[in-house]
Design a protein around this ligand. Structure first.
Ligand SMILES: *Cc1c(COP(=O)(O)O)cnc(C)c1O
Length: 376
């Protein structure tokens, strides 16, 4: 009634969640294979996460970034350990903010070296967020339409096409930004050889490699960060979605040399990295680390099961999988929902599966059996 209608909401009201299941007002149970769009990495009502949030809320929810924040220190240490030994972290509240920070940091890094390099190459079909920097980086007409003009300084290349990258590179290009698996774009994976070539190009031309790990990060693809599947070495990565297990938090990680360009006062966020969000993040990160082997195993099992349905191409890694059915998939999502399975349709024809990272084979079997019925 009083909400702006910018979402096409499905007619279900969830009131409670437990593990991989959600419950609606009437007590109906749903198997959740979307996890709030890759957010609820530990499923719903994880006891350790709930305990950490409650105990922190009783002590201190927020302090400003005018003061020291040991909770940020703890979480940053855990995040950096998986990235660069001398990396540094900036905390914010969402994916788009993390990417804004990455764009600003890339520009500032070159300005500080006295070079006027600010352009960033991104890839068609990618998704980086809804605020102007991130939206300008998002090379998809459907997100930009009606909101022009976009921010200056973005050039779009084709996924897995080095010629298209070389064609848009200029003297004032500062970096290349990508998702190793495009999520909103339909679970489209970059070719590992192409990514290694891109890394090589970044080294040769002194470009920053920025990997948007907002969806692929924090265990989603079976490695702690998605890029670790490909043997590349980014200069900057961005995180959000699964990091807080449902509490809003985003982060930017950068190599120390690059991170230095964010000097006191140059960038900031009021809420970014408050104690509540950081405590949640720390529980998630530590638990996800122990789940990685299982994520890979259950992911493989799930992928094989989807392939055996023989209804279209299966893409993705770990617990970030897509099934391209080659026709509009909205109807399938509705039919699955009626049968108690929550899945998502993205890029028009791609069924996307993002179950909580705690999912087990029996849940995958339950999902596959509902899918079999619905797709028949
Ligand atoms: C969801 C997403 C974003 C945007 O995150 P918000 O928290 O909605 O701002 C950015 N990049 C990728 C890869 C995403 O999947």
């Amino acid at each position: 009634m009083h909400l702006i209608e910018n979402y096409a909401r499905l007619p279900v009201r969830f009131v409670r969640g437990e593990g991989v299941y959600l419950y609606d007002e009437e007590g109906n149970r749903y198997l959740d294979f979307v996890s709030g769009i890759a957010v609820c990495s530990l499923g719903h009502s994880d006891p350790d996460l709930v305990e950490a949030i409650c105990s922190q809320a009783k002590k201190l929810i927020h302090v400003s970034n005018l003061f020291e924040n040991p909770w940020q220190e703890d979480l940053a240490g855990d995040l950096v350990r998986e990235f660069w030994t001398e990396g540094k972290v900036f905390f914010c509240n969402s994916g788009t903010e993390a990417n804004e920070a990455a764009i600003k940091l890339a520009r500032k890094f070159f300005r500080d070296r006295g070079e006027n390099r600010f352009r960033i190459v991104t890839f068609k079909n990618g998704f980086h967020g809804r605020t102007y920097g991130s939206l300008s980086a998002t090379a998809q007409e459907r997100f930009q339409e009606g909101f022009g003009p976009m921010l200056e300084g973005f050039d779009y290349a084709e996924v897995n096409d080095m010629d298209s990258v070389l064609k848009v590179l200029r003297d004032d290009t500062a970096g290349i930004m990508l998702e190793v698996i495009q999520g909103e774009g339909g679970v489209v994976e970059f070719d590992p050889d192409f990514l290694r070539d891109l890394q090589e190009l970044c080294r040769e031309r002194d470009l920053l490699l920025i990997v948007d790990e907002v969806q692929t990060g924090i265990g989603r693809t079976g490695t702690f960060y998605g890029y670790q599947n490909y043997g590349i070495d980014p200069d900057i990565i961005t995180l959000a979605k699964g990091l807080g297990g449902g509490v809003p938090i985003g982060a930017l990680l950068a190599r120390e040399e690059v991170a230095r360009s964010f000097t006191p006062g140059s960038h900031g966020s009021t809420f970014g990295g408050n104690p509540l969000a950081c405590r949640a993040g720390l529980v998630v990160v530590r638990k996800v680390r122990t789940l990685l082997p299982r994520i890979r195993e259950v992911g493989e099992f799930f992928k094989k099961g989807l392939e055996e349905l023989r209804v279209g191409e299966v893409r993705g890694r770990g617990l970030m999988l897509g099934l391209d059915i080659g026709r509009d998939c909205k109807e399938v999502v509705l039919k699955a929902l009626e049968r108690g399975l929550i899945i998502n349709c993205t890029a028009g024809t791609v069924l996307r599966f993002l179950p909580p990272l705690i999912v087990e084979k029996e849940h995958v079997e339950e999902c596959l059996s509902i899918l079999r019925e619905v797709l028949r």
